[in-house]
Design a protein around this ligand. Structure first.
Ligand code: PLP
Length: 368
């Protein structure tokens, strides 16, 4: 085939007869020219334009099968939502709602009201606040409590979560100054005590979400840190990251601390994600002392990181499952975490044989 045998962009687009066909025809023809230059015989040009159009119109964001073995996978959308959460998103997204309207008083209300009580009951906190995600929760808390002043953080907790979320950078953006205490592997409550001065505004504790320091290590407990913070009248903020909401469902959480435990041990503010071990939508949840949360809620950044109505609908429905003790039956990630190894093995072997039947090489491998 010669280059001059190819149709023009317009001819090809007209043959397909689709309003978006010109751009598709252009890209198909440009590939066809390369193929001719390489000695090929490009065929089915109209078919290729139609395929290109179908790809252009198909949703970019789509479902995938998670075969990684990682249940809460950030690149694959973290927690799948519970059925009830999805139903509530449809219901609230479809029409108008009392998002910021108090139906009893017939007056303007707060979107926060829809989840405050349930979060208080579930965690034992005095008050609660929800925002766009946990990164926003940390940023907001530090901006509101420590702008222009110092935040004490252990050198062992100056972490990067992934995708560039680094505690020292977030701290800098909040307008607070980082004051490092202790060492990478060992930090004691006394290190915080010694570092406290007139400029200190907050003691921040950060959960080492995705790494461990092993060997000769020491980190103070929340209770020890709370005692130091309390003696100096400073708030202790505990960024739990994953933030399992409850150990009540009887599943081993390893060393994942729960929000209740941290609050009971004396943290003033505990923050965690909505779409990690909670198993809900992307959100940042802050629970703790009413007086401290009131300062955070008043900060101008609050408006920039506010939670959306669909998220709020899904979050409320997810929290209701906790309230009704339906975590292991209704929240997808907890159903997966609770799945018995025999069941997982039989599902995997059924997958493997189906794949093998299709000629796909597949074998079973047990991970720990
Ligand atoms: C995941 C994580 C964050 C960020 O939470 P997002 O909800 O992803 O914004 C912050 N701190 C810790 C310790 C985390 O593990």
């Amino acid at each position: 085939m010669e280059l001059r045998d190819l149709p023009s962009v317009d001819e090809l687009a007209r043959a397909v007869g689709d309003p978006l066909a010109v751009a598709a025809a252009r890209s198909v023809l440009s590939r066809a020219r390369e193929e001719i230059a390489a000695g090929g015989e490009p065929r089915d040009l109209e078919e290729r334009v139609r395929a290109e159009l179908a790809a252009t119109r198909a949703p970019r964001l789509r479902r995938v099968l998670n075969a990684t073995g990682v249940i809460v996978h950030t690149n694959l959308g973290r927690a799948p939502l519970a059925e009830a959460a999805l139903e509530r998103v449809l219901e609230i997204g479809r029409g108008y709602s009392n998002l910021e309207y108090d139906l009893d008083r017939g007056a303007r209300g707060s979107r926060q009201e829809h989840v405050i009580d349930i979060l208080r009951r579930l965690t034992g906190a005095e008050a609660a606040l929800v925002v766009n995600n946990n990164a926003a929760a940390v940023l907001l808390a530090l901006a509101a409590l420590a702008e222009g002043r110092e935040v004490l953080v252990s050198r062992g907790e100056l972490i990067e979560i992934g995708d560039g979320f680094r505690i020292p950078d977030v701290l800098a953006r909040s307008g607070a100054r980082l004051r490092e205490v202790g060492t990478t592997n060992r930090t004691r409550a006394g290190d915080y005590e010694k570092a406290i001065g007139p400029e200190t505004a907050v003691l921040l504790r950060v959960h080492q979400s995705n790494f461990r320091v092993v060997g000769f290590t020491e980190q103070p407990s929340v209770a020890e840190l709370a005692a130091v913070a309390g003696r100096h009248g400073l708030p202790l903020v505990d960024d739990l990251g994953s933030g399992a909401l409850s150990a009540r469902n009887g599943l081993a959480l390893g060393d994942e601390p729960t929000a209740q435990e941290s609050l009971a041990a004396g943290a003033d503010i505990v923050c965690f994600s909505g779409d990690k071990l909670l198993g809900g939508p992307q959100a940042g949840i802050l629970v703790g002392k009413a007086s401290v949360l009131a300062r955070i809620a008043k900060h101008p950044l609050m408006r920039a990181v506010r939670i959306d109505k669909m998220t709020l609908a899904a979050l409320e429905a997810t929290l209701r499952h906790y309230q009704r003790n339906e975590v292991e039956t209704s929240i997808p990630i907890w159903r997966m975490i609770a799945a018995r190894p025999e069941k997982i093995a039989s599902r995997a072997s059924s997958w493997a044989s189906k794949l093998q039947a299709q000629g796909v090489p597949a074998r079973l491998q047990r991970g720990e």
